[in-house]
Design a protein around this ligand. Structure first.
Ligand SMILES: *[C@@H]1O[C@H](CO)[C@@H](O)[C@H](O)[C@H]1NC(C)=O
Ligand SMILES: *[C@@H]1O[C@H](CO)[C@@H](O)[C@H](O)[C@H]1NC(C)=O
Ligand SMILES: *[C@@H]1O[C@H](CO)[C@@H](O)[C@H](O)[C@H]1NC(C)=O
Length: 170
């Protein structure tokens, strides 16, 4: 009997919770911005914490930790709008070097200040790369979607710059 009494309020709470969760329809947001990574010099935004180049061809198993910049434009002094923070192990044993990139895109300015997107997937240093958005916080709670990025060929020395389009359902 005691079990039954405690079950009933829980069920009501669950139904209420489900109704609340369904209150808003999903929207799709498109964000366009630039990713800047300084990989050499005193202000590097990425460090290699494991370098397995000597024992493994192509650096398989190497791990980098990044605190990269998200900027409005491709210029190095364009407005900073967030950071891309995370890790990128080299996961290819042969062929072109490939990374499994796990980056939290944390926005620090504008409409999405304080919100973040978890971007995960394989990346190579070449043409366009597509990766998954598997979650988010703040205005991007329950996010899913994808990013497409293309590296610019005319970036300054020691710097990677990629143009990003993010399509987010949230
Ligand atoms: C590194 O950052 C500092 C502080 O922002 C700056 O004064 C310096 O010019 C930068 N150095 C390079 C090589 O970009
Ligand atoms: C890793 O080690 C190799 C061999 O010592 C070196 O040539 C390379 O520059 C290192 N890579 C990084 C990212 O530190
Ligand atoms: C972003 O949000 C933080 C925390 O609320 C606030 O301190 C900061 O001033 C905001 N930045 C901008 C550029 O609005």
């Amino acid at each position: 009997m005691a079990y039954y009494c405690s079950f009933k309020p829980s069920l009501l709470f669950l139904l209420f919770f489900m109704a609340t969760a369904q209150a808003r329809d999903s929207i799709t947001t498109h964000l366009h911005f630039f990713f800047h990574e300084q990989y050499s010099g005193p202000n590097a935004t990425v460090i290699t914490v494991v370098n397995s180049t000597t024992s493994n061809p192509g650096g398989f198993g190497s791990i980098s930790v990044a605190d990269d910049e998200l900027r409005e434009g491709s210029s190095v002094d364009s407005k900073l709008i967030g950071r891309a923070q995370g890790i990128a192990p080299v996961v290819s044993q042969s062929g072109q070097t490939a990374f499994l990139v796990l980056l939290d895109f944390v926005f620090t300015d504008g409409e999405y200040n304080g919100s973040s997107l978890m971007v995960v997937g394989r990346a190579t240093l070449g043409g366009a790369t597509e990766r998954s958005i598997i979650g988010g916080t703040g205005k991007f709670r329950m996010a899913r979607g994808y990013t497409i990025n293309t590296f610019l060929s005319d970036a300054p020395a020691g710097r990677l710059i990629a143009e990003y389009d993010a399509y987010i359902v949230h």
